[in-house]
Ligand binder design. Structure first.
Ligand SMILES: [Mg+2]
Length: 234
């Protein structure tokens, strides 16, 4: 029996917001804008694969954020026989489009879930997304104003799962019993690993039933965000 949770650290992309849907909408829009032809489902699948390998490189500290943001599109354009020199400009516009209202899709009615918890427990956003995209997205989605605070890696200078990221979060939170702080996220390598590094309970949001290696300490696993209710001190 673990302590009841009084503070939740929410991952944003892939946890509160359906990032894959937003990503697809933004890239399709930009393909039209740049006159690159149709961006098919197959192409988007190839992009997702490339993108994932780049984010792992960031989490492992092998590449910097600016390198991965542009590098993934450069790789993708090369793989599609398109001009890779537009990658940098494309990425900038992409960050902006990602936050467009029609790119916002909630996971499990997350907006109303967070509304129902507002004022009962403390809720914070902890995200490795860019300041440009996340600020806009959190505002337009209505999620931002439900948070007691927002922590973005680009502002803190460290990415999840780096302990420095969490040290800054806990500095800002003030005195708190870490056993009552829960991180909820879809990523093993950033959220669960990050929670393990910070010495707090972890909750893996795993809607697609993926499997996890034994190197992660997963205290709770949920398929729907509403499953966190029993864990909370309400
Ligand atoms: Mg995520």
């Amino acid at each position: 029996m673990t302590d009841k949770i009084t503070t939740v650290l929410w991952d944003v992309d892939g946890t509160l917001l359906d990032f894959i849907a937003a990503e697809k909408a933004a890239i399709r829009k930009l393909f039209r804008e740049y006159d690159l032809g149709e961006c098919t489902d197959e192409m988007l699948a190839r992009y997702s694969k490339i993108n994932r390998t780049y984010w792992v490189k960031l989490e492992n500290g092998e590449m910097t954020k600016p390198e991965i943001l542009v590098g993934r599109f450069r790789d993708f354009f090369v793989s599609e026989g398109l001009d890779p020199s537009i990658a940098s400009a494309f990425n900038e516009k992409y960050q902006d489009r990602l936050g467009d209202a029609d790119s916002i899709v909630y996971c499990n009615d997350s907006l109303n879930l967070l509304k129902s918890l507002r004022g009962k427990i403390r809720q914070y956003a902890v995200s490795n997304g860019t300041i440009a995209a996340q600020t806009k997205k959190l505002k337009l989605s209505g999620l931002g104003e439900l948070m007691d605070g927002i922590f973005l890696s680009e502002q803190l200078g460290y990415e999840k799962p780096n302990i420095e990221f969490f040290n800054q979060v806990f500095d800002a939170l003030g005195p708190v019993d870490r056993s009552k702080v829960l991180i909820v996220g879809d990523s093993l390598t950033s959220d669960i690993r990050g929670g393990n590094n910070a010495g707090i309970p972890t909750c893996w949001y795993n809607p697609h039933g993926l499997s996890a290696g034994p190197e992660y300490q997963i205290d709770h696993e949920i398929k729907d965000l509403h499953e966190i209710y029993p864990l909370l001190a309400l």
